[in-house]
Design a protein around this ligand. Structure first.
Ligand SMILES: [Zn+2]
Ligand SMILES: [Zn+2]
Length: 736
C-alpha cells in the first residue's frame, strides 16, 4: 500500500473544515495514521491538531501545502470508533470538527502532553561516550558532571534520578544536547491493569430487577437501548452494578455517565465498595493533571469502569461492553454554553450503536423524548415499580396557599405537619428552587425595586452576607439600608432558602436546621458535610434547592414540603412543566425511603391545575401521557425537530441584525422546514448583552439537517456573521 500523500488535520479553529498537510519532512518512527496528534504550521502560528483522515490527493495545489512539523504520538490517541463519534457529532451539531475534537480531549493533551504516562530519560550518544572518556568538556564542570553521571549509570538515567543526584542540571543538558553529546527520550510506563473482581456480593434482586438485568444482558455484544424506568428507591443502581459485573466477567469495560451534581460521594462509594477494580472518574472539578491521569487510565485500559459527567462520553474505553446513563432526564447532560452544544445522552446512544453495545438510560422520571422513543419502539422499556426496602410510596397532597395563613412562604398546615413529623422522630425536607434570602428588594414608599444593571432581572437579597446579587450575571453589590431614589427604608420581599431556614429556626428553636444550596455548598467537601449531618440524624430539617433532589439517600425523611410549585406552571418555555413534574417526583422520592411511610405536601395557588391533578392522580406516567399529547398538538419536540440560531450583542437591535439577514437567506425554505423569528429572548438582556434567537423547525430530522447543511455556510459568509457572537444550538433544551 502506498503511504498517504496528504493528511487531513482537525485544528481548534472556528472554521468548518479539515486542513491538509504533507507528510513530515523527517519521517517519524512509524507510519502516521488517523488519531495521532501532530504539530503543524498555521499562518504564523504552530498548532497542535489531530489527524482525522489521510488520502492521495488534496483540493489544494501541492506547492501550497506545508509538511507536518512533528508527530506527537507513536500510536493513535483515538481509535477509529472514537473518531467516528467525533465526526458524527460535528455533522449532527453542525459544528467545526476542530472544536469538537478540542472539546473531547483533556486540556493537557491539547497542549501536547504525552498520551501515556512516561518517563523522561537522558542518554549518552556515542560521541558523548567518547567525550566523557576524554574528560570533556574540561571548562564546563556541570556539563562534565552530567556526562559522568550518565556514564556511571550505564549510559542513561531518568530525569528524576538526575535531579536527585545533581540538583540542577537542565542548563547543562541543553548545552550537551546542542553539541550532540546526549539526547532526551520518553519511555512509556506500562501500568499493569489490576485484576477486576467483585468485592462484595450484592443484595438479592427483586423479580423486576432480575428481569431488567436479564433483558440487557441478553443484548451484550450488540446494540440495544433500554430505558430503566424505576421509581425512586427501586434499585436502579443495583441493576447497573450487576450488568457492569457481567461485562467485567467477559473482560469488557463499562462507561457510566452521571449528571454534574449527581456525582456524589455516595454513588462513587457504592461503585468502589462493590468492585475490586480500578475506576477512572472524570468530571469538571478535576485539575488538568488529574483529568489527564484519569483519561490515561481510561485510554490505557487500566480502568475497568470509566465514570463521569457530560464530556466523559468522549473518553476512550477499550473493549467497551456497556454504557449506562444515570438520571438520563437531567439537563446537565446537555452542554448549553459555549460553542459546541451537544447532548451527552444522545451521543451516548450513538456511541453505543457504533460500538454495538447496549445502553441503559436510567431515571425515575424519563425525559418525554425518551418516553416517545419507547412509544415509537426504538427503546425498550424496563419498569421497576417496587421499592427495594419495605417502604410505601409517599402520599402526595396539594396545599392551597390561598386558603391558609402563610408565614414567609410556609402555610400553617405545612408548619403543623412539620411539627408532627419532628415529634414522631422523622426528618423533614423543605424544597424551594430559589437561593438567597429574598428575590426582591423593595422600597414601600416609592416602589423602587433593586434591578440588575446588566440583566432584565432583579437583584436577590443575601442577608447574612449583606449583599445584593444577580443570579444571572453574578453582579454583586452591598445591601443598601435605604432607597437610593427617595431615602426611605427598603425591605426584602419574597423568600429564598436563607429566609425559609430563618423562619423555620424561629418556629422550631430547639431543632437543628441545615441548608443545601449553592451558597452553602461551594466545594465537594461542603456537600459531604451537609449529607453526613443529615444521615447521622443531627440535622432534623433540611432546606434546599434543586440540589436536594439529586439521588441522595435520606432514609429517615418522612415529610417533604414543596414550597412553591407554581413557577413551572406558567412559563414561556414549553419544557417548564416537564421539569416541574420531574422535580416534584424526584424530591418526593426522598420521602419514606426507610421503613416509615412518607408524606409530600405541595404548596400551590392553583390546586385545580390539570398538570398537578394528573401528577397526583396518576403519577409521572399520567403526567407524561398528558404532556406528550399537548406537545403533539402544539408540534413541539419530540414531535418536531428544532435548532436555534442564537446571537447576542450590546444593543437589542444589533442582536437581531445577523438573525434577520440569515432569515432573508431562507426566504423560501424547503418543504416542511419552518423558520420562526427572529425574536428577542424571553429574558433578553443578560450580563450586559442582548440575546435573540431564530428557530428552525421541521417534523423530519433529515429535512432539518439537509437545510442546515446548505444554509449555515451561507450564514457564515454574511458580513455581519464575522462581527457577531452567534451559535447554533441543535435540539435546544432551553428556549429563552
Ligand atoms: Zn424609594
Ligand atoms: Zn445580572
Amino acid at each position: 500500500m502506498a503511504s498517504p500523500k496528504v493528511f487531513r488535520v482537525a485544528l481548534d479553529t472556528p472554521l468548518r473544515r479539515l486542513f491538509d498537510y504533507l507528510p513530515p519532512a523527517s519521517p517519524p518512527q512509524g507510519p502516521v495514521t488517523p488519531g495521532m496528534r501532530v504539530r503543524v504550521p498555521f499562518g504564523r502560528q504552530r498548532l497542535i491538531g489531530l489527524v482525522v483522515a489521510s488520502g492521495a490527493t488534496s483540493e489544494i495545489p501541492r506547492e501550497r501545502l506545508k509538511p507536518i512539523l512533528e508527530v506527537l504520538d507513536p500510536t493513535p490517541l483515538l481509535d477509529s470508533a472514537a473518531l467516528e463519534l467525533l465526526e458524527w457529532a460535528a455533522q449532527y451539531y453542525h459544528h467545526p470538527i476542530g472544536e469538537v475534537v478540542a472539546a473531547a480531549l483533556p486540556k493537557a493533551l491539547r497542549l501536547g502532553a504525552a498520551a501515556r504516562e512516561s518517563e523522561e530519560r537522558w542518554e549518552l550518544t556515542s560521541s558523548g561516550e567518547r567525550a566523557c572518556a576524554e574528560g570533556e568538556p574540561r571548562r564546563a564542570p556541570r556539563q562534565r558532571a552530567l556526562l559522568e553521571a550518565l556514564q556511571q549509570a550505564g549510559g542513561w538515567a531518568s530525569a528524576e534520578a538526575l535531579t536527585g543526584r545533581l540538583g540542577s542540571w537542565r542548563e547543562a543538558a541543553r548545552a550537551l544536547t546542542a553539541r550532540g553529546l546526549i539526547h532526551r527520550t520518553e519511555r512509556a510506563l506500562a501500568r499493569a491493569s489490576a485484576p477486576a473482581s467483585v468485592h462484595a456480593e450484592g443484595p438479592v434482586l427483586l423479580p423486576e430487577q432480575s428481569a431488567a438485568v436479564e433483558a440487557v444482558a441478553a443484548s451484550l455484544g450488540r446494540f440495544g437501548a433500554f430505558v430503566l424506568h424505576g421509581i425512586t428507591g427501586s434499585g436502579k443502581t443495583e441493576v447497573y452494578l450487576r450488568l457492569i459485573e457481567q461485562v467485567m466477567a467477559r473482560g469488557g469495560r463499562s462507561l457510566v455517565l452521571v449528571p454534574e451534581i449527581g456525582l456524589t460521594p455516595q454513588l462513587i462509594g457504592r461503585f468502589r465498595a462493590r468492585f475490586a477494580a480500578p475506576i477512572a472518574v472524570l468530571h469538571s472539578a478535576l485539575t488538568d493533571q488529574e483529568r489527564l491521569a484519569a483519561w490515561r487510565d481510561a485510554a490505557g485500559g487500566v480502568a475497568r469502569i470509566v465514570l463521569g459527567t457530560r464530556s466523559v462520553v468522549f473518553a476512550p474505553v477499550p473493549d467497551l461492553g456497556l454504557i449506562v446513563i444515570d438520571e438520563e432526564h437531567d439537563a446537565s447532560f446537555k452542554q448549553h454554553e459555549g460553542g459546541f452544544r451537544y447532548s451527552a445522552r444522545d451521543l451516548a446512544v450513538v456511541r453505543a450503536r457504533q460500538a454495538a453495545v447496549p445502553v441503559v438510560l436510567g431515571s425515575a422520571t424519563p425525559a418525554l423524548e425518551t418516553l416517545q422513543n419507547v412509544a415509537a419502539g426504538r427503546y425498550t422499556h424496563l419498569r421497576l415499580q417496587r421499592r427495594t426496602a419495605q417502604a410505601q410510596p409517599p402520599r402526595l397532597a396539594l396545599l392551597d396557599l390561598r386558603a391558609s395563613a402563610v408565614r414567609s412562604g410556609i402555610a400553617t398546615p405545612a408548619v403543623l405537619a412539620i411539627g408532627r413529623h419532628l415529634e414522631e422522630g422523622g426528618q423533614v425536607l423543605v424544597f424551594l428552587n430559589r437561593r438567597g434570602y429574598a428575590p426582591t428588594l423593595l422600597c414601600t414608599a416609592c416602589g423602587w425595586i433593586a434591578p440588575c444593571g446588566d440583566c432584565d432581572a432583579r437583584l436577590t437579597v443575601h442577608l447574612a452576607a449583606r449583599r445584593l446579587r444577580c443570579h444571572h450575571c453574578g453582579a454583586d453589590a452591598p445591601l443598601p439600608e435605604r432607597c437610593p431614589q427617595c431615602g426611605f427604608a427598603v425591605k426584602p420581599v419574597g423568600q429564598g432558602t436563607e429566609r425559609v431556614a430563618e423562619t423555620l429556626a424561629e418556629l422550631f428553636p430547639t431543632v437543628s436546621i441545615a441548608r443545601l444550596d449553592r451558597d452553602v455548598v461551594r466545594r465537594r467537601a461542603d456537600l459531604e458535610a451537609v449529607l453526613e449531618r443529615m444521615s447521622s440524624g443531627e440535622t432534623r430539617i433540611l432546606v434546599g434547592t434543586q440540589m436536594v433532589t439529586k439521588g441522595h439517600d435520606f432514609p429517615n425523611v418522612t415529610l417533604v414540603v414543596v414550597l412553591n410549585a407554581d413557577q413551572g406552571l406558567f412559563s414561556t418555555d414549553f419544557r417548564a412543566p416537564e421539569r416541574l413534574a420531574q422535580t416534584i417526583v424526584q424530591v418526593a422520592g426522598r420521602a419514606g425511603r426507610g421503613a416509615r411511610p412518607g408524606e409530600v405536601l405541595i404548596q400551590t395557588e392553583f390546586p385545580g391545575h390539570p398538570l398537578l391533578l394528573s401528577l397526583l392522580a396518576e403519577g409521572y406516567d399520567g403526567f407524561a401521557r398528558t404532556a406528550l399529547e399537548e406537545r403533539a398538538q402544539a408540534a413541539w419536540p419530540p414531535f418536531t425537530r428544532l435548532a436555534a440560531l442564537r446571537d447576542s450583542a450590546t444593543t437589542a437591535q444589533a442582536a437581531l441584525t445577523l438573525l434577520t439577514e440569515a432569515r432573508k437567506l431562507a426566504s423560501h425554505p424547503p418543504r416542511r422546514v419552518r423558520l420562526l423569528g427572529p425574536v428577542p429572548a424571553a429574558m433578553a438582556k443578560r450580563a450586559g448583552r442582548h440575546h435573540a434567537q431564530l428557530l428552525i423547525e421541521s417534523p423530519e430530522r433529515t429535512r432539518l439537517h439537509a437545510f442546515l447543511d446548505q444554509w449555515l455556510p451561507q450564514v457564515e459568509q454574511l458580513p455581519s456573521a464575522r462581527r457577531a457572537r452567534w451559535v447554533l444550538d441543535v435540539d435546544p433544551i432551553e428556549l429563552f
